[in-house]
Design a protein around this ligand. Structure first.
Ligand SMILES: C[S@@+](CC[C@H](N)C(=O)[O-])C[C@H]1O[C@@H](n2cnc3c(N)ncnc32)[C@H](O)[C@@H]1O
Length: 356
């Protein structure tokens, strides 16, 4: 048995105030349960040399195990504990692109990127029976270095924080956003970024019509992460639709996503956000209408993860909506440990549910 210590990223303290280590420990608990069959034990928090760490025990972790763990959203560095000393343990996660894909976009109303990664991780881990199924009764670890790409939808995607993180993992990403400005800003950003990085891609924006009725605009990009991927035909699809999420079935086929991940409107007036937020003073009402559509888009065994403001909607009420929509709420280790304060008007939490 080896004891490990995870040093969390300094920025996590800024994002989560006092809750950073507890959130990292909760995320690790989800990883242990769903990607490691409970092999990571004694998960806790500790202070070493004045800095907070998440500590855990594992039987000699393989390079592959460490690559999976390297995707933990708050990871800064791993160490094996040897007496009083910390031995650095090198590990690289799934990241396929330069980190500025995630860090360049900055705007009011952006969901923090580290939190977005956390939400994506704990939703992806809850999926079962994916293309590369392997573990007993569950999925092959979708965060493993060589696991096949998931298809991820953010049905209220803003300016694409989730899409960029999914793409960073080498996954197919799609988004729906009601705000036309957000659609345009994202379309401009991603096309400029792809050109700047000289990544092979094709991109087009088109009106989607049915029976001469305009349904919305769609940005459709096909890209390759490297020249080798391009040659081998390994491409990723990146799609964003400008439309109301309740019309999602107009744009995507039933059962076509492994994971649906979204940061719901907070139901508070963000000075700089426009009409959409005024329209969503009642996030629970919107979710009640949107959930049946989203569930139809999810394949059986797929998972849905939503973050929301608990000051405007109670966890039990949201859980009841998910159950009513035919989902099973994930209640394994870690999932109850993600509530944290964002500011005086927002105490954020997340909930994950699976389509049986
Ligand atoms: C909390 S923000 C998500 C921000 C996003 N994660 C980002 O980082 O850019 C919620 C988003 O939901 C969008 N929204 C609200 N109602 C919607 C609807 N009916 N259909 C689609 N999007 C909607 C808002 O415009 C807003 O961009």
């Amino acid at each position: 048995m080896t004891e490990y210590a995870l040093l969390i990223h300094p920025s996590a303290n800024r994002v989560y105030a006092e809750s950073a280590v507890e959130l990292a420990a909760a995320e690790l608990a989800v990883f242990s349960d769903l990607a490691f069959g409970g092999r990571l034990t004694d998960i806790g928090t500790t202070v070493i040399g004045g800095l907070p760490y998440v500590c855990f025990t594992g039987d000699e972790l393989t390079d592959r195990d460490l690559s999976t763990l390297a995707n933990l959203s708050a990871r800064y560095a791993f160490f094996a504990r040897e007496g009083d000393l910390l031995r650095p343990v090198a590990a690289a996660g799934r990241d396929r692109f330069d980190s500025d894909l995630i860090t360049i976009p900055k705007y009011a109303g952006k969901t923090n990127e580290q939190f977005t990664k956390l939400l994506l991780n704990v939703t992806a881990l809850a999926t079962t029976g994916s293309a590369g199924a392997g573990r007993s009764g569950a999925v092959a670890d979708p965060l493993g270095p060589d696991s096949p790409p998931l298809r991820v939808l953010d049905p209220m995607c803003g300016r694409g924080t989730t899409l960029n993180q999914a793409m960073m993992y080498g996954w197919h990403a799609a988004g729906v956003e009601i705000d036309g400005k957000d659609f345009e800003v994202y379309a401009n950003f991603i096309r400029t970024w792809l050109k700047h990085k000289r990544l092979k891609h094709s991109a087009e924006i088109a009106q989607v019509r049915r029976n001469r009725t305009q349904l919305g605009r769609r940005l459709a990009i096909t890209l390759a992460a490297s020249k080798e991927d391009h040659k081998a035909g390994r491409t990723l699809d990146l799609t964003m639709v400008h439309a109301d999420t309740r019309r999602g079935r107009d744009f995507f086929r039933a059962g076509s996503f492994d994971a649906i991940v979204t940061d719901a409107p907070y139901g508070v007036q963000h000075g700089t956000r426009g009409q959409a937020d005024r329209l969503t003073r009642d996030p629970l009402g919107l979710l009640a209408e949107a959930l049946p559509v989203w569930v139809a888009l999810l394949r059986p065994g797929g998972a849905l993860g939503i973050s929301w403001n608990t000051l405007v909607a109670a966890r039990d009420d949201l859980a009841a909506l998910l159950v009513k929509a035919g989902l099973k709420v994930a209640d394994g280790p870690g999932y109850a440990g993600f509530a944290h304060r964002v500011d005086q008007a927002i105490v954020r939490d997340l909930i994950v549910a699976r389509r049986p």
